[in-house]
Design a protein around this ligand. Structure first.
Ligand code: ADP
Ligand code: MG
Length: 250
């Protein structure tokens, strides 16, 4: 579904992604783990072209993301083209990025109304469905500041799902939460996975990676160091770097 080939990204003179090759298949749950600064967020952001990669390619359902190739030359896509390229992705970040001046329902329906030009009734019907899915329907009229962190993150997930994405990209969705609120967010993500959603999840939740992921990718210093099914990857790491990394979580 997503094919990443020789992906490279520099910030100034520092190469942060040093040639990433990775495929994500339909209904696959892929967890990306690795130390801070290893390039996990940059990889996720490059897939949705929130960062413009420098070399290589990201294709989504066989379409190149963020660039257009004509007569053997590549040009940066225009803003509308890029928006179209990323429309199949739903994104959830560490910090929820809810609009503070909008109710929960307004947060979830805003893009439906503005981007998809749906009327209020139709948008709110989808909104209720999505809030119900993440267990927040009772809080639809509240404002973000009235919610716990776990509830806010579930609203952010509902907001992404409302746009009917074909892939969900999560960047450390539970890292900003108090420990007792992590479980409710992971439970929603697990349910999504069981429903067959294609998901790429950057996470430090090793339990989630072990029990929900089909594939675990370990990144270090801008490269994929190991990749495999979670059972083998956690039980029998090949590299010393992954062994060391896992030891810090045991
Ligand atoms: P991770 O998510 O694994 O912690 P990141 O992808 O955020 O890693 O960052 C990888 C490297 O790229 C880090 O060294 C970070 O400082 C650097 N980096 C990330 N974003 C930027 C940016 N916008 N400008 C400059 N350097 C950046
Ligand atoms: Mg990160």
């Amino acid at each position: 579904m997503i094919e990443i080939r020789n992906l490279r990204k520099r910030f100034g003179t520092i190469e942060v992604l040093k040639g990433i090759d990775l495929a994500i298949h339909r209904s696959e749950v892929l967890c990306v783990i690795g130390p801070s600064g290893s390039g996990k967020s940059t990889l996720l952001r490059s897939i949705a072209f929130l960062e413009a990669y420098d070399e290589g390619s990201v294709t989504f359902e066989d379409r190149l993301i963020g660039y257009r190739e004509e007569n053997g030359r590549r040009r940066r896509a225009g803003e509308r083209e890029i928006n179209a390229d990323r429309s199949g992705f739903g994104m959830v970040f560490q910090h929820f990025h809810l609009w503070p001046h909008m109710s929960v329902m307004e947060n979830v329906t805003e893009a439906l109304r503005v981007v998809k030009a749906l009327g209020r009734a139709e948008a709110e019907q989808i909104g209720r469905e999505m809030l119900d899915k993440v267990g927040i329907a009772a809080h639809a009229a509240k404002y973000p500041e009235q919610l716990s962190g776990g509830q806010k993150q579930r609203v952010a997930i509902a907001r992404a799902l409302a746009m009917k994405p074909r892939v969900m990209l999560f960047d450390e969705p539970t890292s900003a939460l108090d420990p007792e609120l992590v479980g409710e967010v992971l439970a929603v993500m697990k349910q999504l996975a069981q429903e067959g959603m294609t998901m790429m999840v950057v996470t430090h939740e090793m339990g989630f990676a072990a029990h929900v992921a089909d594939t675990v990718v370990f990144m270090d210093q801008g490269r994929i160091v190991e990749k495999g099914d979670p059972g083998a990857t956690f039980a029998d790491p090949k590299s010393n770097r992954l062994k060391q990394f896992l030891n810090t979580w045991r």
